[in-house]
Design a protein around this ligand. Sequence first.
Ligand code: AMP
Ligand code: MG
Length: 300
Amino acid sequence: MSTRVGTDIAEAARLLSAGGVVAMPTETVYGLAALARDADAVRRVYSIKGRPLDHPLIVHVANEEAAREWAGSWSPTADALAKRFWPGPLTLIVNRADFVPDFVTGGRPTVALRVPSHPLAIELLRRVDDGLAAPSANRFGRVSPTTAEHVRNDLGDDVDYVLDGGACDVGLESTIVDCSVDPPQILRPGGVAREDIEAVVRTLAPMSGPSRAPGMLDSHYAPNCRVVLRENDDESEPRSSGATRALDASVDPSSFARDMYAHLRNADSDGIETLVITLPAPHGIGLAIRDRLRKAAAQR
Ligand code: AMP
Ligand code: MG
């Protein structure tokens, strides 16, 4: 029987509560969801993705109150960021509550928590009434999915159901802020801009180089084609070979972010060998786009 794709939220909730694995839409990318307390279900998520077991997962919850249950302590910083940006594309790293299993945190004393804003994700979390571990619904290291069809193409019949919530609004992953250290630090740029975080948390530890959250590799988000990056003011000819396509992320970064992973996928399905992309300026959503594209372009 082939995996069903649809909008039956009651069925998605039923499958999850019974220990199933369901792809769910969020405003960032599609997640591969399972009950975060269910060892067998979470093990299936790791095995479907081919993700190393020590890479921790983000626990998605319906609201701040539920997040506080999963947290061992709730710092003023976590509180301020949650109140300002949840529901939304922000993940908070906080000390974990005693019950939070090692298979979710990779054995760390901290847990990653997020309240997504996609209406179907929120409704699903309410019905399941528990935390859902949900990494991106793609094979490890490859391009993240931003439509139900992307999930279907990647994971085939390995998941029990794909809940179709349309194309993701933000189009790239959440910003991860580590609130378990002082000062807090951005571990991965994402859907919430650094400038907006700084308006709430005055002192942030500097983030240097590529995103460095545990388990994040130098090559990630990678299509099959070669990705060549250039700055907006770069006048040299890009080094390209074979069928080439050029994209410009600098003109309208938000709309580029929304379509970015689809662009990477389309390049492959169209037989493109070299994708040349002009980078956006490194602020706002541009920081996250640059981070993902650098990893997509990295040597593998
Ligand atoms: P995603 O790949 O979008 O599911 O995001 C998962 C990422 O969140 C992991 O690769 C880690 O980098 C980060 N993460 C999850 N849990 C923790 C944690 N307890 N401490 C630090 N980073 C974490
Ligand atoms: Mg991912």
